[in-house]
Design a protein around this ligand. Structure first.
Ligand SMILES: NC(=O)C1=CN([C@@H]2O[C@H](COP(=O)(O)OP(=O)(O)OC[C@H]3O[C@@H](n4cnc5c(N)ncnc54)[C@H](O)[C@@H]3O)[C@@H](O)[C@H]2O)C=CC1
Ligand SMILES: O=C(O)CCC(=O)C(=O)O
Length: 389
């Protein structure tokens, strides 16, 4: 029986992928084999030694201590693209909210008092305060052309916008998926300078913290709109507030309220709703539950941010060894020698490295005794050993 600790609400459609006769799932479980999480912050929290996998039912993994998990030989899975449509739809809504000043206009409408005739007179007199602009012909700049950025760029093109995009590590798949009318920018500054509206879709990393700051905002067009559905910290909040107050920015639409921003008349701060659709929650939970289940039951890896993708069919003649080790010379030699010393014949083997870590699947003939697994664990550089019967 595998024990899965669920933090946050994980869609039942995902949990249903874990058959009850083999998986116990609960928000209160001791010695879990795996953790399923959405936005709960695991930094600084004790992650039990029993944990061999973490599944993030979403895209961003900045709430998980990935480097620590890598050192422990624990893969961190996510659900790439599974919530991209949901985020895209909210970003596109954000473009309209900003372009038509919908939030301040709605506030104004709600605050009207008097008879209907008086309301009518007041609104007709004041509606000029909320005159907006239309999207066709305007330029949207997209920073980060991954799963979400590509969808945002393509939908903006379909709405008649010009689009410029910047992503120094765009994947071949993303480039194929991108509307051919999207123009390439050379830098974030170039995006800022060429765009009327800018939407940021990058992960939160050391390199992207404060990516949009005073100097980048100084490159933006007068009256530009900034949208941030990535992470709050990707944008320097004080610099954005200053740009809003000086009316260099027309609006800031984001998914991250703060005390400084939430009451600003030209900021729209949604409560981290980008992925909050039933569809996205289900897609993410299903994808990550399948991946974690596969890893627990077979050792195969799909969509881990810190492990190479690996899949090897079971040879069916005995146990499977899953060995995570440092990516240094002679690890495979030591593993296979030790198995040979114990008379364990290797039937099939697959090894792949990714950065400082390597992962090896070994199907042996017969059973791997506990003592052999312990000897493998004792090899310097071996981070994790699992035996799957
Ligand atoms: N508001 C919400 O509810 C949600 C927010 N997100 C956030 O959006 C982020 C992006 O999500 P996806 O598009 O699914 O991820 P993704 O991994 O498919 O795409 C991210 C892209 O950003 C690019 N990138 C990285 N650093 C960059 C830089 N300095 N300049 C330009 N591009 C850079 C990468 O090369 C990659 O192509 C997530 O990491 C997460 O933080 C994701 C889903 C929901
Ligand atoms: O689970 C959520 O609602 C947050 C989604 C998110 O921020 C992500 O997938 O990176």
């Amino acid at each position: 029986m595998y024990r899965i600790l669920t933090l946050n609400n994980i869609s039942v459609k995902g949990l249903d992928r874990l058959p009850r006769e083999r998986f116990e799932t609960s928000s209160d479980i001791a010695h879990p084999d795996a953790i399923l999480v959405r936005s709960a912050d695991l930094h600084g929290q004790e992650i039990p030694d029993s944990v061999v996998a973490i599944g993030r039912a979403g895209a961003g993994v900045n709430n998980i201590p990935v480097a620590d998990m890598t050192e422990r030989g624990v893969p961190v899975f996510n659900a790439p693209g599974a919530n991209a449509n949901a985020v895209k739809e909210l970003v596109i809504a954000g473009l309209f909210l900003a372009a038509r000043n919908i939030c301040p206009a709605w506030e104004y409408g709600r605050g009207l008092q008097g008879s209907d005739a008086e309301l009518h007179e007041a609104m007709e007199a004041n509606k000029k305060r909320f005159v907006g602009f239309e999207l066709p012909g305007r330029t949207l700049g997209v920073v980060g052309l991954g799963a979400i950025g590509v969808q945002v760029a393509n939908t903006a093109r379909a709405l008649g916008m010009k689009v410029v995009g910047f992503d120094p590590q765009i994947t071949v798949d993303a480039a194929w998926a991108l509307d051919s009318g999207v123009e390439a920018a050379h830098s974030v500054g170039d995006v800022m300078a060429r765009s009327d509206m800018i939407s940021v879709h990058v992960p939160l990393l050391d390199a992207t913290r404060g990516l949009i700051n005073a100097s980048r905002l100084a490159q933006a067009r007068e009256g530009a709109t900034l949208l941030n559905f990535s992470r709050a910290e990707v944008v320097d909040e004080a610099d954005v507030l200053q740009a809003l107050n000086e009316e260099r920015l027309h609006a800031y639409v984001c998914d991250f309220p703060s005390n400084a921003l939430k009451d600003h008349p030209r900021a729209v701060t949604l409560p981290h709703l980008g992925a909050s659709t039933h569809e996205a929650q289900e897609n993410c939970a299903i994808m990550v539950a399948d991946q974690v289940r596969d890893y627990l039951e077979t050792g195969n890896v799909r969509n881990a941010v810190n492990f190479p993708d690996m899949g090897m069919p079971r040879s069916g003649k005995g146990d499977r060894l899953c060995v995570v080790n440092a990516n240094v010379p002679n690890m495979l030699g030591q593993i296979s020698s030790l198995l040979a010393q114990h008379g364990l014949n290797i039937d099939d083997m697959f090894n792949k490295a990714q950065e400082q870590l390597a992962y090896t699947l070994v199907d042996v003939e017969g059973q791997v005794p506990d003592a052999v697994a312990e000897e493998l664990r004792a090899i310097e550089g071996v981070l994790k050993v699992r035996v799957i019967s």
